[in-house]
Ligand binder design. Structure first.
Ligand code: 13P
Length: 253
């Protein structure tokens, strides 16, 4: 069974409005049919409305974060119903930068994933270990626990509405990519834990991406690995040509 690959750009806190629009105009007509590769751009909240208005039929727009409640006195926050009302389709949940700098916890990641599903947003649920954990040799156990906590109270029928992104923290923005074998091994471990929770069929269908210094040079070897279903990409998603190279690599999947 083929899992449709996903190339999701995470722009983080980069670009201004003009840069963002120029990017969309440059890639809209170049990305392949959505059934071949799911192409997603996760942009800062302030750009979402403009990007959704201009997204082509094969490109989808995602947010980088959201609150887990419908509404409330939470200055500066954005809710799932707000995102949905603007036609946003995806949302990154639990990125390591949000875990590190904004007190995102396994519990809030879980609540946000549930909330995203409720509002028909596809959560891209992030997990990944620090260098310390990698060097201690406990990566797979750590990441498995993150996944178990992220999927608490998510019923089997909702699991395939989600995507997981495995992003080792030591590989993010460092130019130091996990080797394809390392990435595949941990993603296999994630698939195992999904299998133990939800059974083989679901674990075989769930898309699991790799993220961390993916670029046009290393993307082919990562994408070629059997368990890696695409990439969540920071730096190399900012430039249209670079982003399209990644998308073309995923076409070979
Ligand atoms: P880089 O591709 O810049 O390493 O960032 C990865 C990432 O954090 C994507 O969410």
């Amino acid at each position: 069974m083929r899992r449709t690959p996903v190339i999701a750009g995470n722009w983080k806190m980069y670009k201004t409005k003009d840069d963002a629009l120029a990017f969309i105009y440059a890639v809209n007509l170049e990305v392949p049919e959505f059934e071949k590769v799911e192409t997603v751009i996760c942009a800062p909240s302030i750009f979402l409305r403009d990007l959704v208005k201009r997204e082509g039929e094969n490109l989808k727009i995602g947010a980088q974060n959201m609150h887990y409640l419908d509404e409330g006195a939470y200055t500066g926050e954005v809710s799932a119903p707000m995102l949905r009302s603007y036609g946003v389709d995806y949302v990154v949940i639990g990125h390591s930068e949000r875990r590190a700098y904004y007190n995102e916890t396994d519990e809030s990641v879980n609540l946000k994933a549930i909330q995203a599903i409720k509002y028909d947003l596809t959560p891209i649920v992030c997990c990944g270990e620090s260098l310390e954990i990698r060097e201690a040799g406990t990566t797979n156990d750590f990441v498995k626990q993150q996944v178990i906590k992220a999927y608490q109270n998510i019923p089997a029928e909702d699991v395939l509405k989600t995507i997981i992104a495995y992003e080792p923290i030591w590989a993010i923005g460092t130019g130091r990519t996990a080797t394809p074998e390392q990435a595949n091994e941990t993603i296999q471990a994630i698939r195992e834990v999904i299998k133990s929770l939800y059974g083989e069929k679901i674990s075989e269908q769930l898309r699991i991406l790799y993220g961390g210094s993916v670029n046009p040079k290393n993307v082919d070897s990562l994408i070629a690995m059997p368990d890696i279903d695409g990439a969540l990409v920071g730096g190399a998603s900012l430039d249209p040509t670079s982003y399209l190279t990644l998308v073309k690599a995923a076409l070979k999947k």
